[in-house]
Write a protein of this length. Structure first.
Length: 202
């Protein structure tokens, strides 16, 4: 990718579940990596980290203190903390009655640790229904990222770029979702979609 091409692409960078699913080591790696990256204006790259627990009860079984410290570090470095439901619950029609409580679980954890309540959301497992939108709005969510379905199948990792003003901000599509077989070429192909007023959501 040429220098001029890099400068013309706009990307949104997201990390899911963070310390709860991959241990704080993975989250620390992401924060260190972002510290070394610069935007076109020279500012440090920022990302969204979607939380689904601060209790240290999932993944590697790390202590609650260690997990909370990792989320706090992300906030202090200027990154966004988003809501990913308290139990990674798929947002399906059947699960709608539980959605508000799932969102509240994360909001309550954020408040208790001095982290602002999230205004962005990522649909767990990429499952979504438009019936959820009123519930998200009522919970204070302004932006929500879905998967690339129905445009592309889940396994492909391919997607479409977000078009502000055209796409519903509570149904922001995924542009590229890394898979084990992904290489730099596939990553670049996704990034290139973030041109012409579109945003590549990675």
């Amino acid at each position: 990718m040429s220098s001029s091409e890099r400068m013309s692409c706009i990307c949104g960078i997201c990390f899911f579940s963070g310390a709860s699913s991959n241990g704080t080591g993975g989250m620390t790696w992401a924060l260190d990596m972002l510290d070394k990256r610069r935007n076109r204006d020279g500012s440090t790259a920022r990302a969204s980290f979607y939380m689904n627990t601060m209790n240290g009860e999932q993944g590697d079984g790390e202590s609650a203190t260690l997990v909370k410290r990792a989320w706090r570090m992300a906030l202090e470095k200027g990154h966004e903390i988003g809501n990913h439901t308290g139990s990674h619950m798929p947002v399906t029609t059947e699960n709608l009655p539980a959605l508000m409580d799932e969102l509240k679980s994360i909001n309550d954890q954020c408040r208790s640790h001095g982290i602002p309540c999230p205004i962005s959301f990522a649909y767990p497992g990429n499952a979504f229904t438009v019936e959820a939108l009123p519930i998200l709005r009522k919970s204070g969510i302004r932006f929500a990222r879905r998967g690339a379905q129905p445009e592309y199948d889940y396994a492909s990792g391919k997607g479409v770029a977000y078009e502000p003003g055209l796409d519903d901000p509570l149904l922001i599509p995924t542009t590229g979702e890394a898979r084990p077989e992904w290489d730099l070429g596939r990553f670049r192909a996704a990034v290139r979609l973030g041109q012409g007023g579109r945003i590549a959501m990675l």
